[in-house]
Ligand binder design. Structure first.
Ligand code: TXE
Length: 484
């Protein structure tokens, strides 16, 4: 295994290389505040090398066929699986998330992303159309070279979620992980050659969004970009890419409602709202940060919810019983704390949490925030409208289905929602009326990787997942001849 810590390197044309500028910046362990690695500050010159390597490899990768590509992707997955504990530890140190979460969710799902899309690529096909006059069929052809830009909250999971369908559909890739959490993408890139990945097929460039990210977005030889991150950044990428009519897939923020009806299973809905609110320190685009509770059960639900949130163990991500680790960075911690201040200025009452948590011992300088529950705020205030992306939830009562739907739909976002009720007719009615890309009924974050995934409104453009991702990374060409 490549040494964990020290200098991270780019992976270009099958080689681990330093950035041409020789410049690096610090990478912190957010649970301790200590610098533990150096990130290449890549720029347009590094990109040029990667784009050339990728174009040189494109025809070979395309013509190799889906089965051979799948074999290489499975081999890479095998190599990662053999080092699963190292990857989990790296994700934990880089991101601040509990080791148990990295080991239980992030890394297994990352490996599965590779396997899932490797296999799906072998099933991918065009269409056929016959009429009295003509016979037509379509070819699904890769772009050649595409880019992926991914965020810090689920670093390897989202890196592979984009990379895998791009590779499986026959593209060479320029992949840019978040500069805040580059380590697992680096460790994975260091295994690609051993897995049999031809030089230039996968290129991983590290560095700052405003520099290497922007260079990728505007590069004329990268016709398609898949991005996951904040809505403001996504909008900028959309604008930059539109100048060259690039194909863009955007998976952006959320302000997701958790809707609890008075006939919900009490224990399950409490558990579900807690998971949706605080998993990964609330740093998942799917997190349910607005909890809407029907008014006749509001007080009972609130009191028990607050009691349970008080019990969430927060602290050293390495400790086996830790449920909440550190925020990803000092800057992000300060942003979230700023929103907690704002909530109070807006008249919100903090029922539990509300502060930075100083953890004793080796994590004394880490960036921890207490799980925070706020009530008494109107649906239209900034706290209830803007993505906080931290362990902060609000509670709001509602009268009936109509009011629940109205509040649920009252933000600029439309990514995910969860509905808790034992009445299946009501569940179906409300699910159909909520404006979001996915609605869960009596569950949260349950995922079938074949299903379309993405957001309505300002939560994104396009759908990922299953065939949708393979379609995004290919052009469909129609071929037509007279009927025989
Ligand atoms: O993410 P950015 P940030 C939300 C969350 C968070 C906010 C900002 O609310 O507080 O976004 O987070 C790259 N051209 N989400 O600023 O900037 C960047 O290097 C090209 C939601 O940390 O969106 C990184 O690789 N690329 C979310 C990626 O974009 C650019 C996950 C994401 O970073 C770029 C994370 C540019 N000009 C944050 N600027 C989700 N949807 O899951 C930055 N990048």
């Amino acid at each position: 295994m490549t040494a964990f810590g020290g200098n991270i390197r780019n992976y270009i044309g099958g080689q681990l290389v330093d950035p041409l500028s020789g410049k690096y910046f610090d990478c912190e362990n957010p649970a301790t505040g200590a610098v533990y690695a150096q990130v290449p500050d890549s720029d347009a010159r590094d990109l040029e090398l990667a784009v050339t390597a990728a174009h040189d490899a494109a025809a070979g990768w395309r013509d190799m066929g889906a089965q051979a590509r799948a074999a290489i992707m499975h081999k890479l997955a095998d190599l990662m699986e053999q080092r699963i504990d190292d990857f989990a530890m790296a994700e934990c140190v880089d991101n601040g998330k509990p080791l148990s979460l990295a080991r239980g969710m992030d890394i297994p799902r990352s490996i599965n992303n590779l396997r899932f899309f490797a296999d799906l690529g072998t099933q991918f096909r065009g269409q056929e159309f016959t009429s009295e006059k003509s016979f037509s069929y379509t070819l699904r052809q890769p772009y050649g070279v595409v880019a992926t830009i991914s965020p810090w909250n689920l670093p390897l999971l989202l890196f592979t979620w984009k990379l895998a369908p791009a590779l499986a559909s026959g593209n060479c890739v320029i992949a840019k992980p978040s500069e805040v959490t580059p380590m697992t993408a680096y460790l994975m890139s260091a295994l690609a050659t051993e897995a049999g990945c031809p030089a230039g097929v996968l290129n991983v460039l590290h560095g700052r969004g405003a520099q290497i990210g922007a260079a990728i977005t505007s590069h004329p030889r990268i016709p398609a970009i898949s991005f996951t991150g904040g809505t403001v950044t996504g909008r900028g990428i959309y604008q930059a890419a539109s100048a060259q009519l690039k194909k863009v897939s955007l998976e952006l923020g959320g302000k997701n409602p958790t809707v609890i009806f008075d006939d919900a299973n009490h224990d399950l809905s409490l558990q579900g709202a807690k998971m949706a609110g605080f998993t990964n320190q609330g740093q998942i685009c799917l997190c349910g940060s607005r909890i809407l509770v029907q008014q006749d059960i509001y007080k009972k639900f609130r009191d028990e919810f607050v009691a349970q949130v008080k019990e969430i163990s927060i602290g050293d991500p390495l400790a086996p019983d830790t449920l909440m680790g550190a925020m990803v960075s000092k800057q992000h911690m300060e942003k979230v704390l700023g929103y907690i201040d704002l909530a109070q200025q807006e008249g919100g009452k903090i029922l539990v949490g509300g502060n930075r948590r100083i953890v004793q011992g080796r994590c004394a300088n880490g960036y921890f925030i207490e799980p925070t529950v706020i009530e008494g705020l109107p649906a239209q205030c900034r706290t209830n409208q803007e993505e906080i992306f931290g362990p902060v939830v609000t509670l709001m009562p509602f009268r009936d289905e109509d009011e629940a739907v109205e509040i649920a739909n009252s933000t600029q976002y439309g990514l995910a929602a969860s509905i808790w009720t034992e009445n299946s007719d009501r569940a179906k009615r409300v699910a159909a009326r909520i404006d979001s890309g996915i609605v869960w009924i009596n569950c949260w974050n349950m995922r079938d990787l074949r299903t379309p995934f993405g957001g309505m409104k300002n939560s994104g453009v396009g759908r990922e997942g299953g065939m949708h991702a393979l379609e995004f990374f290919t052009e469909e060409k129609t071929i037509c001849r007279p009927a025989a």
